[in-house]
Design a protein around this ligand. Structure first.
Ligand SMILES: CCCCC/C=C/C(=O)SCCNC(=O)CCNC(=O)[C@H](O)C(C)(C)COP(=O)(O)OP(=O)(O)OC[C@H]1O[C@@H](n2cnc3c(N)ncnc32)[C@H](O)[C@@H]1OP(=O)(O)O
Ligand code: FAD
Length: 701
């Protein structure tokens, strides 16, 4: 018997086993048989795993970034998965009060582990990630502490950071207001210096100045970094951060003059409702002068404003830091959804049965592949661009510490643009994964609805995605306008070759011709450069540049997307120039890299054609190559998602189970729903039976 014969037999056997276990479950419900007899321990995806053409363990390390990073993340994932305190199956069924209490309990348990096991900050970060429940701790560690680190003086850091790091105070980041989020300079909360008492008076003068949205503010935080208009001597001196105590450290009650609470339920069940996003108002609350974060500007005892040589934009520094982490998180969320959709697509069968044999695995449909594999490739692309962005951020941070601010504008543009690009794509990608799972994807037990509901605000928080792309556009327009006398560097270095990028057209003649990193990068560079230059030319026609910018903003957003996609493609290609150990690992990643690039080229072929860089024939050749690449991904699909090394606990999905034992577990889960606690539904006697028993008098009905 040939290999394909053996494989057919094993597949059929797997199917029979699945059907048998389903039958056992069905009987279990009907006749009280033992549910445990379903085929626990059988790997329904083992045939798929045997198809791998690369070393999965080595790919896990490539995904994690290093052996140490892999081991650390794996250890934390298992620690959480094996601890029943972190169970999350019932989360979407909990009411809001229970939900928040449950989250507080998990956060406390997590903190106990961190202290008892003496975990490092890096380990603690991974532990919180795998607990997988948005909580006040995200903002405490993710924004409150970084805000003090980035904007505090040495003295302020010495005072506040030990308290925060030992969790003797809990902090949040209170910037957004009811009336203003994107427009930070439009914030209305005031911090007025009182030279008599050497204090700032924090005040919310209008309803719209109420702080609105800060995570952790609603119920947990004792302190906040509050962004407010600095007023000294009756004059406005820009928006600054102030450390303000909100609640008593004894009984947690709000301090005098502070009104604080939760803003209410948000999208989805469970999901982001575990977070206490809050509202906050001040009625002339006094804080000592030294609680203004004073790295950028200082207010002296006499009420003089002193500017340090640190640029004003550093006030926005925490956002640069968090946007960078959000890019890394995009790859986690997308890879999680893709892992679920890929495993389930290999289990799910529809149509195509011949002679009573098994139906076709839906993953073998070319349409399924053309929707799923670009998402898989994007998860890897975002992982690597996230790694690069982390490097860029670390580099900027070191430069800032040495008072070199030259790379801050680029860091701002890259973090803003990539945050926007990756979160928008990931949010759409999770929803696509739900559709790829058909009807079962809509079940909460698929894990996808909650993942989607938790993820989508990433398109809004830390800067609305369109507003952020407009920031990139400003950076690009500036770069283009300076081309005559300033050499562009970093991610805009390609603009230095603008003349040739505008003139030269694509040389690819065959589908194989697209398997060339140089050809791919040049295509993306030419498209981005041409779109940016075109915007620059259009803008030049306006007398008032701001009016022109507003008028052309939709085109500017497109140009920014082209620039950011170029960054992701280039960083993936650069990654492949490194030494990546493991049999077949680099080759498999090369396939994914081409999938990512050619998928984008196909999707945005309008840009490539309209800018005149590609001919329709060359665009069509790229699409031909893409189909071939999908066939190369197919045998590796399951092991490529195994390489994310996600535990079943973290995935939280019956469809994405590692062992593929989907149907019995779906069936079992249905019976755990509280609605099935009784056969006759609550409310039947009040509301249903009277209808069934009614005797209608009218003949018409
Ligand atoms: C742990 C994860 C959970 C996350 C929970 C969520 C938390 C949050 O959402 S916190 C709140 C986040 N809020 C935002 O992101 C607000 C978005 N708005 C802004 O960032 C800014 O207001 C703006 C950038 C959209 C506009 O700033 P503005 O000063 O009014 O306007 P300009 O365009 O004139 O910019 C002036 C100048 O500053 C540069 N710049 C702007 N932002 C930054 C930055 N973050 N870092 C460095 N530089 C920045 C900008 O490029 C301009 O430079 P020049 O052109 O050289 O003058
Ligand atoms: C779940 C969640 C958690 C959050 N956590 C925090 C937190 O911890 N701390 C905190 O301070 N804030 C937090 N926020 C607030 C968040 O940062 C803001 O909501 C975000 O910055 C967007 O601002 P906005 O709500 O003012 O949107 P708006 O600016 O009102 O956006 C509305 C629409 O207008 C468009 N728009 C706005 N300005 C422009 C423009 N110049 N040009 C073109 N279009 C424009 C936008 O694209 C969008 O379509 C959180 C928000 C959410 C949803």
């Amino acid at each position: 018997m040939g290999l394909s014969g053996i494989s057919l037999l094993t597949t059929t056997y797997s199917l029979i086993l699945q059907h048998q276990s389903l039958l056992l479950c069905l009987r279990a419900k009907g006749f009280g048989l033992d549910l445990k007899k379903d085929m626990e321990g059988v790997d329904y995806l083992s045939d798929e795993r045997k198809k791998a053409q690369f070393d999965v363990e080595a790919m896990k390390i490539a995904w994690a970034g290093s052996l140490e990073a892999f081991q650390l993340s794996d250890r934390m994932a298992k620690l959480v998965a094996n601890d029943p305190a972190f169970e999350k199956f019932t989360r979407p069924m909990l009411g809001r009060k229970e939900l928040i209490k449950n989250t507080l309990r998990k956060a406390a348990h997590g903190w106990k582990l961190i202290v008892d096991l003496r975990l490092t900050e890096e380990e603690a970060k991974w532990l919180r990630l795998y607990i997988d429940e948005p909580a006040y701790t995200d903002l405490h560690w993710g924004m409150f502490i970084p805000a003090i680190e980035g904007q505090g003086t040495e003295e302020q850091k010495k005072k506040w950071l030990p308290l925060a790091k030992k969790m003797q105070i809990i902090g949040c980041y209170a910037q957004t207001e009811l009336g203003h989020g994107s427009n930070v300079q439009g914030l209305e909360t005031t911090a007025t210096f009182d030279p008599q008492t050497d204090e700032f008076i924090m005040h919310s003068p209008t309803l719209t100045s109420s702080k609105w949205w800060p995570g952790g503010l609603g119920k947990a935080s004792t302190h906040a970094v509050v962004y407010a208009r600095l007023i000294v001597g009756g004059e406005f001196h820009g928006v600054h951060g102030f450390i303000v105590q909100l609640r008593s450290l004894d009984d947690h009650s709000p301090l005098p003059g502070v009104t604080v609470g939760d803003i209410g339920m948000k999208f989805g069940n469970g999901a982001y409702n575990t977070m206490d996003n809050g509202v906050l108002r001040f009625d002339h609350v006094r804080i000592p002068r030294d609680q203004m974060l004073m790295r950028v500007s200082q207010v002296t005892r006499e009420g003089k404003i002193m500017q340090s040589d640190v640029p004003r934009q550093l006030i926005y520094g925490t956002m640069v830091y968090v946007r960078q982490t959000i890019v890394a998180d995009a790859s986690k969320a997308l890879s999680r959804a893709v892992c679920i959709a890929t495993r389930y697509s290999a289990i799910r069968r529809q149509f195509g049965s011949r002679n009573g044999g098994p139906e076709t695995q839906v993953i073998d449909y070319k349409t399924q592949q053309s929707r799923l594999f670009p998402l898989l490739a994007s998860a890897y692309a975002f992982r690597f661009v996230g790694e690069w962005l982390k490097w860029l951020y670390t580099d900027v941070k070191e430069r800032l510490a040495a008072n070199d601010f030259s790379t801050l504008p680029e860091a701002h543009a890259c973090t803003a643009g990539l945050k926007s690009l990756t979160t928008s794509f990931t949010a759409d990608g999770i929803e696509e994964c739900r559709k790829l799972c058909g009807g079962h994807g809509y079940l909460v037990s698929s894990g996808l609805p909650e993942l989607f509901a938790v993820y989508i605000p990433a398109c809004t928080y830390e800067g609305d995605n369109v507003v952020l792309l407009l920031q990139v556009a400003r950076f690009l327009v500036k770069t283009v306008s300076e081309l005559g006398y300033k050499k562009p560097v970093g991610t805009t270095a390609y603009m230095g070759r603008v003349a040739s990028l505008m003139q030269n057209n694509c040389a690819v003649q065959t589908a194989e011709g697209w398997l060339n990193p140089g050809a791919v990068v040049e295509a993306f560079e030419s498209r981005a450069a041409r779109m940016a230059v075109r915007c620059g030319q259009q803008l030049a026609k306006y007398e008032n540049p701001e009016e022109g910018f507003a008028e052309l903003s939709a085109d500017l957003v497109e140009a920014s997307i082209a620039h950011c996609q170029l960054i992701v493609v280039s960083k993936f290609i650069e990654k492949l120039q490194q030494d990546i150990p493991g049999k077949g690992v680099k080759q498999t990643l090369e396939v994914l890299c081409y999938v990512y690039a050619l998928f984008l080229l196909h999707k945005h072929q309008g840009d490539f054609l309209a800018t005149g860089y590609l001919t329709p024939k060359q665009a069509s050749l790229a699409n031909d190559q893409l189909r071939t690449l999908y066939s190369k991904v197919r045998p590796n699909a399951i092991t490529l998602v195994d390489s994310f090394n996600y535990t079943d606990h973290y995935l939280g999905s019956i469809l994405g189970r590692y062992d593929g034992n989907v149907y019995p577990k779906l069936y079992e889960a249905a019976w755990k729903d509280p609605l099935n606690d009784s056969d006759v539904v609550d409310g039947f006697y009040e509301y249903v039976q009277p209808i069934l028993k009614q005797k209608l008098r009218t003949a018409k009905l």
